[in-house]
Ligand binder design. Structure first.
Ligand code: ADP
Length: 626
């Protein structure tokens, strides 16, 4: 029988496992049992529609056998089993989802040991305790059974064997004790029992083990010196009650955390755990989690939203998308309802009225929990918002703003006066008496926005401003239009609702110079006006009409052929020396005055973050003035 080599990524994982100094080696049992349970899930599901399986739900189980003398631990399941290809693909390479993800995260973090603990690494973790692993398995529907064997890094072999029953048997040859490590514990029945309780209690199939117990010999029962004898009893080690079926008060948060990590392959604890039990028009239990961090693929097409769906404890769909609205697609969890038929097809299920009602309830529940988090656990809510705030904003914008009422008070923006994330409620509560609008400004970051000339007047009045640093921010506020009857106003708007008394009087005197600049610049600008906003800067470019510069930039990036252009309004600060000089030049040196107008316009473009129409012309212009 020839030895095959592991794929190189697998090898790396293997090395890590074999030489692991990780102290919680015990998690290997959880991983093996979880695989066994998944395998049973698969066959159990087939048995619902295929009589040939010949098994009912109560026939499925997982068995653990510890042979202390020979240092062998065996875990047997009567699940779907594996054929030769499965063995090659699943155990010979690292293609399986869980392990692959592990590898990626490991590369990011470089903190191997910690990752084993938090994440678990599937089948390979057995090499932390075993010097040799044998997998005897027969797949449902296949005539041939196979044996996969490996003692680690030197590769693995696969051969045909005789095996009557469908399912898988994992045989671990437990390592010998060393000076520092004691592996005997993984052969001790009470230790194994406690490990099952700790990690695998909610597994929905019985985990059976023959326990050797001792009792008083019948015939010595009444004597002064009773004698004892051993007997064997098969015990079901797990309570089998899924964690979501237990009452919240009976479950420790740590148990929820562990369940979450294992089920959803997460390294982090959930930020919030939501447990609900509903009886009435529909009956269901749901256990939902709000993650702390966005998965690396969250904002890509790869990420699949959905909740696991069970019908009375039997998994019927791994990712039921219909249970979650798009704007809460970050939620993870499970729903178990006795109202759903097991034999219903996926297509039918999508239109099932029970399912629709459950989805509506769940949406409300998540909304309420987020609100509760916002008022009661501010720090956690901010963590949540940093990870998934963008999703909430997309939610406001999408479907023509259909969900905006529901989502608006979950929004947060960075505030210019508070220097932290604030809600719209908080902003409105703080508004000054005479303040008409909720102000916001767009830019790369807070510092860049503070340097924008158009924010100067707002800041000088002491009004709070919301910083919009993400593309979606402006769309979000424009979709909302108002919050609590206060209208949103961009710092770029020509009317900021702030009277600047001095500039009013000057308006008439400045008509001549404004006309001059407009004529000089021609079509480049739609209008030239005396600014009511500028305090220390000479010029400012604002947009007139519905299209802002941010939109111009955005659409030019995604749809350049449309040639979308915002209408430019050049605002001049009539009190600024540069503008005053230009005004006097009109009388004395009109050509130079024209150059000044061009320079000021170019500067306004630069400040607005827009490209110069002709950079070399601009440079020549400046040089001609120096
Ligand atoms: P993961 O469970 O994260 O996919 P593992 O390394 O634990 O990764 O397992 C790899 C794959 O091997 C599983 O996805 C499954 O397809 C297969 N497998 C492991 N154990 C069993 C088993 N007892 N019965 C059937 N298939 C199994």
């Amino acid at each position: 029988m020839s030895k095959k080599q592991f794929k190189s990524e697998s090898k790396r994982l293997l090395d890590l496992m074999i030489n692991s100094i990780y102290t919680h080696k015990e998690i290997f049992l959880r991983e093996i049992i979880s695989n066994a349970s998944d395998a049973i899930d698969k066959l159990c599901f087939i048995s619902l529609t295929d009589d040939k399986v010949g098994m009912s739900r109560s026939d499925f189980n997982i068995q653990i056998k510890a042979d202390k003398e020979n240092r062998i631990l065996t875990i047997t399941d009567n699940g779907i089993g594996m054929d030769k290809d499965d063995l090659e693909n699943n155990l010979g390479t690292i293609a399986s989802s869980g392990s692959y993800k592990f590898k990626n995260e490991m590369q990011e973090k470089q903190d191997d040991i910690d990752i084993i603990g938090q994440f678990g690494v599937g089948f390979y973790s057995a090499f932390m305790v075993a010097k040799e692993i044998t997998v005897n398995t027969k797949k449902y529907g296949s005539d041939t059974a196979y044996c996969w064997q490996s003692s680690g890094a030197d590769g693995y072999s696969i051969s045909e064997i005789e095996k009557d029953t469908v399912g898988t048997e994992i045989i671990l040859k437990i390592k010998d004790n060393t000076e520092d490590e004691n592996y005997d514990e993984f052969l001790e029945q009470y230790r194994l029992k406690s490990l099952v309780k700790k990690y695998s209690d909610y597994i929905r199939y019985p985990i059976l083990m023959d326990m050797t117990k001792s009792k008083v010999k019948e015939e010595t029962k009444d004597s002064d010196k009773p004698e004892y004898e051993d007997y064997t009893e098969t015990e079901t080690l797990n309570s089998m009650v899924p964690i979501w079926q237990r009452r919240k008060k009976d479950v420790e948060q740590e148990e929820y955390d562990n369940f979450y990590k294992e089920k959803f392959m997460s390294m982090d604890k959930p930020l919030r755990t939501i447990v609900t039990s509903v009886e009435g028009v529909v009956t269901y239990k749901a256990l939902l989690f709000i993650p702390e961090k966005a998965p690396y693929d969250y904002y890509t097409k790869e990420y699949k939203k959905g909740l696991q769906l069970y019908s009375s404890g039997v998994l019927i769909m791994d990712n039921c998308e219909e249970l979650l609205p798009e704007h809460f697609r970050f939620v993870k969890g499970i729903v178990d309802s006795s109202d759903l038929s097991l034999n219903i097809s996926r297509e039918m299920l999508q239109h099932d009225r029970h399912l629709i009602t459950i989805a509506q309830n769940i949406e409300k529940k998540i909304k309420n929990e987020l609100n509760a988090m916002l008022t009661g656990e501010r720090e956690n809510y901010e963590k949540f918002f940093n990870a998934f705030g963008r999703q909430i904003k997309y939610g406001v914008v999408s479907d023509y703003g259909m969900h905006k009422q529901e989502l608006q008070n979950l929004l947060m923006f960075y505030s210019s006066t508070e220097k932290k994330l604030v809600t719209l409620d908080e902003y409105v509560d703080r508004m000054k008496e005479e303040q008409k609008f909720i102000y916001y400004a767009m830019g790369e970051n807070a510092a860049a926005i503070d340097n924008l000339p158009q924010t100067e007047l707002i800041r000088s009045k002491g009004y709070e401003m919301l910083y919009c640093t993400e593309e979606v921010d402006e769309f979000t506020l424009q979709t909302l239009m108002q919050y609590k009857e206060k209208t949103f106003c961009s710092a770029n708007n020509d009317d900021l609702g702030i009277e600047n008394e001095e500039s009013k009087d000057e308006e008439n005197d400045s008509t001549a110079i404004l006309t001059f600049v407009k004529e000089t610049l021609g079509d480049k600008v739609a209008e030239v006006v005396a600014s009511k906003k500028l305090v220390s800067h000479p010029v400012l470019l604002t947009a007139k009409g519905g299209i802002s510069f941010e939109m111009e930039r955005y659409f030019n990036a995604v749809q350049p052929e449309a040639g979308m252009k915002a209408q430019r309004v050049l605002e001049l600060n009539m009190n600024h020396n540069a503008v005053k000089t230009m005004t006097s030049l009109v009388e004395t040196d009109i050509e130079k005055a024209k150059k000044y107008a061009e320079v000021l316009y170019s500067q306004a473009l630069l400040i607005a973050g827009l490209p110069l129409e002709n950079p070399s012309e601009y440079t020549d212009l400046i040089c001609s003035l120096i």
